[in-house]
Write a protein of this length. Structure first.
Length: 928
């Protein structure tokens, strides 16, 4: 025993030393973990629940902290889960010191910044979940060093750049989720090396390029979710050759093209197949009907053609079928229904009626024809049916509502359905949305719609619906007061011919949109309309409403759009509308409102569109109106508004349309209009404006339509208007403008109608005005110049005599009107004829009208606008003496009598053109 006791002592010392050594190494390591976590705590700038602030304390054991898990063997931190705590902060580099960490979950917080490189030291990680934060920067290539990683999620962050190819080094990776970032570039082909990968989720990034073919060799894949990128190319016909376990394939919202491969049917376990919002073409493969496990099928928004395969009726597990916005058409199908065989011109296969688990069916916006199979309305699980925007016809089954016990939304708008709206539809008691607009439904609006207590949207627009024959009011409105959740009521463009009942004020207080335009509604607007306190849109235009606008409108404090135009409303425009502080649009045009415009409109700072056109307003435009600096459109045309346009009109800096035509506005056009650089349409026509066309209009760079016609404008047309590149229409006719018509820029496309009936315009021949005088450079000698000066002096000396002759000749002027001339010389002739009228009278000086030629010109037969036959002598302007010859002949022929010619009746003269008109007393003969 003594010998044994001698052995115990050294062995005990050995054990004690080992224990002390173990304690010596463990203490610093757990201290390292504690220090790393406290560094993370220090980076937290917002801890809304104060979990870390109160729980992570240096005085307590790290392994007892919230979200921290320690291993039982080494008592080191092996897992950190602080997800969904609302934390804000950055990830510190010290977190890389948690060398025993196997799971890190910091998801669903507000961490921001880039991933620190020190995280590369977390080599034991199996789970890394940093999704749903605000992290940014590139995904670092060192993530490939996590060779033990099974789950990797950076979803819903702000990462940019490319997916690093090194990700293929995560040989044990099973789940990869990078969705909802801003990643770009191609999906790396190296992903095909991850042979244990089950889920790859990359949707809603900016990825491009084609699908990596190697990826489809990963037999373990169960989910591929790539929707919402810019991937291109086609689907391989061998896509499902090795993906027998694939249950989820969503490639929607990309740029994929080609045909949908029939081989998709080999992915027999598919539950979700999404190919919508691409450019797929061709027909839908019948083989898809073999995917009996399929629950959701999305082929919508492509370029698919042909018919809906009857085999889709075999998808008995299907819950959602989305084929919207393609080019699907119909065919004649043999149907059997209730033991009766018949032919139905249907393009919706009746086999879809076998889909007893179907919840949503969307076939909208195709080219489907024929009637709706009655079997569709017997699917008791159906919640949403959208067949809108097709060419479906026929009637709805009278019993359609009895089997739709779970029905919530029905969209049948924009078809050719007719007949009455079945009263049985009210049995679909869960219905919230009913849209039947733009069809051919007739008969009264069913009062039974009031039984749809959960209804939020009712659309009956543009049909042939009427009111109950026994009622003068729109009686169905009184029944709809039971629909307490109704937000939108639209029955516009129906020949209702009734009165709005007082009960309209008892409709749902949640009502946001009331659309009753074009219904031939009579009577006045009930005061009770003011009870609809949530109303945002009130549209009653195009009816036969009369009387004043009710003052109770002021209670519609949420109103944004008010359209009462094209009625017979009268009285004044009430000031109460100025209390509608959220009003965006107000349309009161084409009524019988009198008096002045409300001066308080500037109090509605949200106002963007005003239409008071076509009324009897007879005041000046309130100066306060020009303070609506955010106004976009202003229609005040065809009233009797007076006064001038102030300089403040230029305050409307963002206005795109300004129409003040058909009033009695006077004064000058303010130059400040040039500051309206977003203005596309300006119409000031049919007023009494005067003065020049402002040169500043050339600064309206967005101008497309300009109408200043029928005013008293004078002066020149600014040549600077040639710089208005977007100008498509201009009308300056019926003014007193003179000078040259610009011919460059947009003026190259304008015709003479835009400038007719002005004083002294000249320019290009296409404008039907005389050419403008241009400076001449003579090559004659100095003697010739002096000779010309002598002639001009002679002309000046005889001016008094010619003026006297003009007074005598003016007594002989005919009273019928002849157009005003351009740059006429004071020749003392009885009539002044425009160059344009002479061109018309002689058919463009056609040779068929030529009567003869002489040394000083040619004589043409002409017929004036009033039918008068004249002889037109056109002088040849080749010599300096022409002017003298023209003057001399005017003076001589003034009293000349000839057996075929009477006295001179008119002239047209400028520096480039001179002509005399003679009246005829018989047949014209050549006299030159």
């Amino acid at each position: 025993m003594k010998k044994l006791s001698h052995l115990y002592f050294p062995f005990g010392l050995f054990l004690l030393g080992s224990l002390l050594s173990c304690l010596a190494t463990t203490a610093p390591n757990i201290s390292t973990d504690q220090s790393a976590l406290l560094s993370l705590k220090a980076k937290i700038t917002w801890d809304p629940h104060e979990i870390l602030a109160s729980n992570w304390s240096a005085t307590s054991s790290v392994c007892d902290w919230r979200g921290v898990t320690c291993g039982s063997r080494h008592r080191r931190v092996t897992a950190l889960n602080i997800s969904n705590l609302g934390l804000t902060g950055t990830i510190p580099p010290q977190l890389g010191n948690l060398s025993f960490l196997m799971s890190l979950d910091m998801s669903r917080n507000n961490f921001y910044g880039e991933l620190p490189n020190e995280l590369i030291r977390l080599s034991r990680l199996r789970v890394l979940s940093l999704g749903i934060n605000m992290l940014s920067g590139n995904i670092p290539s060192w993530v490939g060093s996590f060779q033990q990683l099974r789950q990797f999620s950076l979803k819903n962050n702000s990462f940019t750049g490319y997916i690093p190819p090194s990700i293929s080094n995560m040989s044990k990776l099973e789940t990869l989720s990078l969705k909802f970032n801003s990643l770009q570039g191609a999906i790396p082909v190296e992903i095909g090396k991850l042979n244990k990968l089950k889920q790859i989720v990359l949707h809603y990034n900016q990825l491009s390029g084609s699908l990596p073919l190697l990826m489809f060799n990963i037999s373990a894949l169960e989910m591929i979710a790539f929707q919402g990128n810019s991937l291109s190319g086609s689907l391989s016909s061998s896509i499902c050759a090795r993906l027998q376990g694939l249950s989820w394939l969503d490639l929607s919202r990309n740029k994929l093209s080609g045909m949908i491969p029939a081989s998709l049917s080999k992915c027999s376990k598919l539950r979700v197949l999404g190919l919508s919002y691409n450019n797929f073409s061709g027909v839908m493969p019948e083989e898809v009907g073999n995917l009996t496990a399929l629950q959701e099928l999305y082929f919508g928004d492509n370029n698919l053609i042909g018919v809906i395969p009857e085999g889709f009726g075999n998808l008995t597990a299907l819950k959602r079928l989305y084929l919207r916005r393609n080019n699907l058409i119909g065919t004649i199908l043999a149907l059997e229904f209730e033991q009766i065989s018949y032919k139905c011109a249907c393009s919706i296969p009746h086999e879809l009626g076998r889909l007893k688990h179907l919840e949503e069916l969307d076939l909208g916006s195709n080219s489907l024809t024929g009637s709706i199979p009655a079997q569709i309305f017997n699917i008791s699980t159906l919640q949403v049916l959208d067949l809108s925007n097709n060419t479906l016809s026929g009637r709805l089954p009278s019993s359609m509502g009895y089997g739709l016990i779970n029905f919530e939304e029905l969209y049948l708008s924009s078809n050719e359905l007719d007949g009455v709206i079945p009263a049985s539809i009210s049995n679909a008691s869960k219905l919230t949305i009913l849209e039947l607009m733009e069809n051919r439904f007739s008969g009264p609006v069913p009062n039974s719609l009031g039984n749809l207590r959960l209804l939020t949207d009712l659309g009956l627009d543009d049909n042939h619906l009427t009111t109950e024959p026994s009622s003068r009011e729109l009686s169905f409105i009184s029944y709809l007061i039971n629909c307490k959740y109704l937000k939108k009521l639209a029955f516009a463009e129906n020949p209702l011919h009734g009165f709005l009942p007082i009960s309209v004020g008892n409709l749902s207080t949640s009502m946001e949109g009331f659309y009753a335009y074009g219904c031939r509604i009579k009577g006045s607007i009930p005061d009770a309309i003011g009870n609809l306190s949530s109303l945002m849109i009130l549209s009653l235009y195009g009816n036969h409403l009369s009387g004043p606008v009710p003052s109770t409108m002021e209670y519609l404090q949420n109103l944004q759009g008010l359209d009462l135009s094209a009625n017979q409303l009268s009285g004044s425009i009430p000031d109460c509308i100025c209390k509608l502080k959220r009003l965006y649009q107000i349309y009161l045009g084409q009524n019988q409102f009198r008096g002045s415009m409300p001066s308080c409109l500037n109090n509605i700072s949200s106002l963007r569109e005003i239409d008071f056109a076509g009324n009897l307003l007879n005041s000046s435009i309130p100066g306060s109106l020009w303070n609506l600096t955010d106004l976009l459109t202003l229609y005040l045309s065809y009233n009797s508004l007076s006064g001038s346009l102030p300089y403040e009109t230029g305050n409307l800096k963002v206005v795109t349309l300004l129409d003040l035509s058909g009033n009695q506005l006077n004064g000058n056009i303010p130059s400040s209009l040039g500051g309206l650089q977003r203005l596309a349409t300006l119409s000031l026509a049919q007023n009494k404006l005067q003065g020049p066309v402002p040169d500043s209009l050339s600064q309206m760079l967005s101008l497309e339509f300009l109408d200043l016609s029928n005013n008293n404008l004078s002066g020149l047309i600014p040549k600077s208007l040639e710089t208005l590149l977007y100008l498509k229409h201009i009308n300056l006719s019926f003014n007193r403008l003179r000078g040259e018509i610009p011919s460059s820029g947009p003026f190259e496309n304008f015709t003479y109608e835009s400038f007719m009936s002005n004083d002294d315009l000249c320019g290009a021949q296409r404008f039907h005005v005389p050419p403008c005088p241009s400076p001449r450079i003579h090559k004659s000698s100095q003697k010739k110049v002096f000779h010309m000066l002598g002639i001009l002096s002679g002309i000046a000396a005889t001016t008094i005599a010619l003026t006297t002759a003009a007074i005598l000749l003016l007594r002989c002027r005919r009273k019928d009107g002849i157009s005003r001339n351009t740059d006429l010389l004071p020749m003392g002739l009885p009539k002044m004829i425009s160059y344009y009228e002479l061109v018309q009278a002689t058919n463009g000086y056609d040779e068929s009208n030529l009567l003869g030629k002489g040394s000083f010109g040619s004589v043409y037969k002409g017929i004036l606008m009033d039918g008068t036959v004249v002889a037109v002598k056109v002088f040849t302007l080749l010599a300096e003496v022409t002017s003298g010859s023209f003057d001399t002949e005017c003076e001589v022929l003034r009293n000349l009598r000839h057996r075929n010619l009477t006295k001179v009746i008119g002239s047209c003269s400028n520096l480039d053109f001179k002509a005399l008109l003679y009246n005829t007393s018989g047949s014209l003969r050549s006299e030159t």
